[in-house]
Design a protein around this ligand. Sequence first.
Ligand SMILES: Nc1ncnc2c1ncn2[C@@H]1O[C@H](COP(=O)(O)OP(=O)(O)OP(=O)(O)O)[C@@H](O)[C@H]1O
Ligand SMILES: [Mg+2]
Length: 272
Amino acid sequence: MHEARLLEIRNLSVAFADAEQDILCLDRISLDIRAGEILGLVGESGCGKSTLCRAILRSLRAPAYIAGGRIFWKGRDLFQLDEEGLNKVRWREIALVVQSSLDALNPVMPVERQLVDAMRVHTDWTRTQELTRCHELLDWVGLPRRVLKSYPFEMSGGMRQRVVIAMALALEPQLLMMDEPTTALDVVTQAEILGRLRDLQEKQGFSVILVTHDLPLALDFCDSIAVMSGGRIVEMETAGELAENPLHPYTVRLLQAFPRPDAERLSENPLR
Ligand SMILES: Nc1ncnc2c1ncn2[C@@H]1O[C@H](COP(=O)(O)OP(=O)(O)OP(=O)(O)O)[C@@H](O)[C@H]1O
Ligand SMILES: [Mg+2]
């Protein structure tokens, strides 16, 4: 596991065009994702996490533009692909659950139509194949089959989030990027969804980039963590190493921002 490099990002810079002076928002980012790896991307609001996800899919919107660097996907230069080549990679090979995707479902379409639409753009599956995959997807994310007939407004936030993740998994991508997928959910639902995803990832071996503000959550779920600050990666380590031995002052502050009830502190508690 973890040998083959899927994604290689080299000195990637992204800027926003501005009348006065263009503003650099990603500053020479370099990072690798191997097959089967779960990477957490953490950092304060506005540090560039969503911009990085969009740059990987080459779906930046003006005034943002690539100001430098390269991205290789399975050895191919993503910046050299034409629109057709890129469309083969998007969804089929790399899927993105966008930030605020809870609101991204079509409110007037039942779940089945939305899942099937995601498949139809890229496959010529028969109706039976589509339905089989719909059922598999619901099983994977832990939803009952009757949900296929439901509309988004009939479901809770946790259920809608599962549908959105199911849509991203519809074509069994090799890399699943999730931009703050569980921020709006309570911690129990959040843990349930991520637990299921982890089981599925272990079976299917896809890679994951999980974007979050929540460093303890990332430490729990991810193999390795990239900490971003001000458009740069300031630290990158395995989750275990980062938790034990954070090097960058920003990482230390992030860790201190969340109370962690560890054994040592509990034993120091005079009330015990
Ligand atoms: N259309 C735009 N024009 C100019 N600047 C932008 C635009 N979109 C984003 N930015 C800037 O780019 C930077 C990175 O934004 P991005 O959305 O990637 O941050 P983020 O890390 O995902 O934040 P959050 O955790 O709040 O989602 C921010 O400073 C933001 O102000
Ligand atoms: Mg964001």
